[in-house]
Design a protein around this ligand. Structure first.
Ligand code: NCD
Length: 356
């Protein structure tokens, strides 16, 4: 049986905003298939990005996101170039466009970029042919983080629709919250944003009118399925908006006492890196309700899924009796080898690639 193919309708992944619920579901479903690839020591690596050049272009610090992308790229057999902004010609005054056009001359297939300027990726997309994946642009979007958060929630609860999710802390400076707002509201989750008034801009309601805003964490906790804590981004000036870290912790830290107010089934998420002792205590971060390390693990198959959907070729899937049932039901893309067959790829014609 040949599975009807889902076609990702964009050339780039610049944000969650333009995605449809079908796009989100398809990325997550395919990630599930890649999770099985990652977890199976007999497979682990697949040839989906063989002979494709992926450039990781990080203008802002990152450990886990960059490593996660690199592992995903390796598992997909890509050729990888890591571009270190600190030691690049940018430090000699080169513009982003010059850097981009020089990169373009090397014919990359995908560029994964993190940049401090919101919208830098859209600018880049106008100047080069490669597909671009946004790994974080200022306080704007961080789409793969929201996708791995959604994957983690869906894996735990079996659904996103109807989940009550509190996102707590430094809303003002967070790109993670913006991507999560797009994703969770599209998928039918009920979102409550919690934080001190100085870090919780009321204008959020203009873009996401259905989202609740609250300054009272203790009141919100008991009815939540998911408590997603955000890092206080002191490097972006959060310190100016709070009286002191101690005062902030008093009202907005997720600690054992607050966790007692949550339902037993509630889970804790945090995109990392953690400010232990500020927005979350170690007892909670490392405790039984925490899915924080699971989020890190899930980042790899989710990013594999995104990268695979962006490449201009497809592996044709033939399902057989050994194919896991959920894949048959969902009509997912996955390699024959996972389904117990041959992994040699009868490549399909280029996928439909729309403009940005
Ligand atoms: C987030 C980021 O960089 O936006 N972290 C991450 O991607 N692992 C959140 C943060 O830095 O607080």
């Amino acid at each position: 049986m040949t599975v009807p193919q889902y076609t990702f309708p964009f050339k780039h992944l610049l944000g969650i905003e333009p995605l449809s619920p079908l796009d989100v579901t398809s990325i997550l479903d395919q990630a599930k298939a890649f999770e099985e690839v990652c977890e199976n020591p007999e497979i682990k690596v697949v040839p989906a990005l063989r002979k494709k050049l992926v450039v990781n272009l990080f203008f802002e610090n990152s450990t886990r996101t960059r490593n996660s992308f690199e592992i995903a790229e390796k598992r997909l057999s890509a050729e990888i170039v890591n571009f270190d902004a600190g030691s690049s010609s940018l430090s000699k005054g080169e513009t982003l466009i010059d850097t981009a056009t020089n990169l373009q001359a090397m014919r990359p297939d995908i560029i994964v970029m993190r940049h401090s300027a919101p919208g830098a990726h859209t600018l880049l997309a106008r100047h080069i042919d490669a597909s671009i994946v946004n790994a974080g642009d200022g306080a704007h979007e961080h789409p793969t983080q929201a996708l791995l958060d959604a994957y983690t929630m869906r894996e735990h609860f079996g659904k996103l629709n109807g989940l009550s999710v509190a996102i707590v802390g430094d809303i003002r400076n967070s790109r993670v919250v913006r991507s999560n707002l797009w994703l969770l509201t599209k998928m039918g989750a009920k979102v409550t944003l919690v934080g001190p008034p100085t870090l919780l801009p009321a204008e959020i309601k203009e873009t996401w009118p259905d989202v609740e805003l609250s300054y009272d964490f203790d009141e919100v906790i008991p009815s939540m399925d998911v408590i997603m804590m955000l890092r206080c981004q002191f490097e972006r000036g959060t310190g100016m908006y709070i009286p002191s870290q101690g005062e902030y912790a008093k009202y907005y830290q997720l600690n054992a006492a607050r966790m007692k107010r949550a339902g037993n089934e509630a889970v804790v998420l945090h995109p990392g890196p953690l400010n232990r002792g500020v927005e979350i205590t170690s007892e909670v971060a490392d405790g039984p309700n925490s899915l924080i390390l699971k989020q890190v693990t899930n980042g790899v198959p989710v990013r594999m899924s995104v990268l695979h959907l962006l490449i201009p070729s497809r592996v044709q899937l033939t399902l057989n009796a050994k194919t896991p049932k959920f894949l048959k039901n969902r009509g997912n893309l996955i390699f024959q080898k996972l389904a117990g067959g041959d992994c040699s790829p009868p490549y399909q014609p280029a996928i439909k690639r729309n403009a940005v």
